[in-house]
Design a protein. Structure first.
Ligand code: C2E
Ligand code: CA
Ligand code: CA
Ligand code: CA
Length: 281
């Protein structure tokens, strides 16, 4: 370490300024993106493992940037949360996901509707009149409340304020179901499973990754599935990529699964073709 004191700053500052500038640029871009409707949804099937049927879809947002191309959510959701832009983005995602799902359900047998899962950020839970938003998205799309799943991360449930609990209870009272996303990765104790009106546990991909070859991962995964059964919750295994993982999970009586093994997140057009295969001429 030859340089010390203010020289250290001389080295550090340009990159900081650069990243700050990039940050500002991206923020301005994001504001424009909301005004210009540059967001798109992808839909990934959630499959009933016992029958191989598609039981639902998860809506996943993408940003089609005019110069930079398709930007994945992890590259802009954090900034969107920081700046509050997640509020209009999340509102669009919810309305659009409900609209699409209702459209697909109208083409299916009435007794067997798909459900659609939407990711909710903690910022939305704090700032948005969620019950009003959800009920208006359901009303305008015609999607029945039982067909909507709201996915929350464990970190959101660490917030034990009564207010948060009340807000979630009010949304649930509409008839929508709540899922815990990335289950097993959070810090919190399992106590929130008793406090929060959760319906579905989504087992994080990190467990599923090793379920076929690491005994500890298999034990944890099977343990989570059994916990879900004991609490009468549905379990969804996330990130299933191969047949080995699938057979472990099926043997363990995991109810539902999602992952590239079944399908990647698909454009609405590709999902339409998967759900309703165009008949050959
Ligand atoms: P998530 O909710 O855990 O979504 C699952 C992510 O895993 C998706 O990434 C999906 O494409 C990916 N995935 C699914 N199956 C596989 C697999 O078999 N292998 C691998 N390697 N990956 C798989 P994506 O679409 O990039 O989304 C990343 C995260 O961004 C999501 O994680 C979610 O936390 C967040 N996100 C996506 N859409 C929204 C949204 O509309 N609102 C909010 N607040 N967050 C969103
Ligand atoms: Ca999710
Ligand atoms: Ca997840
Ligand atoms: Ca995740």
């Amino acid at each position: 370490e030859a340089k010390k004191g203010k020289d250290q700053y001389a080295v550090f500052e340009p990159s900081m300024r650069e990243s700050f500038q990039r940050h500002l640029e991206m923020e301005a871009d994001l504001r424009r993106a909301v005004l210009r409707h540059e967001f798109q949804l992808r839909f990934q099937p959630i499959v009933r493992l016992a029958t191989n049927e598609i039981s639902g879809l998860e809506a996943l947002v993408r940003w089609q940037h005019p110069e930079r191309g398709m930007i994945p959510p992890l590259d802009f959701i954090p900034l969107a949360e920081e700046t509050g832009m997640i509020v209009p983005i999340g509102e669009w995602v919810l309305r659009e996901a409900c609209r699409q799902a209702a459209g697909w359900n109208a083409q299916r047998e009435p007794g067997n509707p798909l459900s659609v899962s939407v990711n909710l950020s903690a910022v939305q839970l704090e700032r948005v009149e969620l019950t009003e938003l959800v009920s208006s998205a359901l009303a305008e799309s015609g999607l029945p409340a039982q067909c909507l799943v709201i996915e929350l991360t464990e970190s959101l449930l660490v917030d034990h304020r009564q207010e948060t609990l009340d807000r979630l209870a009010a949304v649930k009272a509409l008839g929508v179901r709540l899922a815990i996303d990335d289950f097993g990765t959070g810090y919190s104790s399992l106590a929130y499973l008793r406090r929060f009106p959760v319906d579905i546990i989504k087992i994080d991909k990190s467990f599923v990754d090793d379920v076929g070859d690491v005994p500890a991962a298999a034990a944890l995964t099977l343990g989570i599935i059994q916990l879900g059964q004991a609490l009468q919750l549905s379990t969804v295994a996330e990130g299933i990529e191969d047949a080995g993982q699938l057979s472990e999970l099926t043997d363990g009586n995991c109810e539902l699964g999602q992952g590239y093994f079944f399908a990647e997140p698909l454009t609405p057009e590709a999902m339409q073709d998967l759900l309703f295969p165009p008949t050959a001429a």
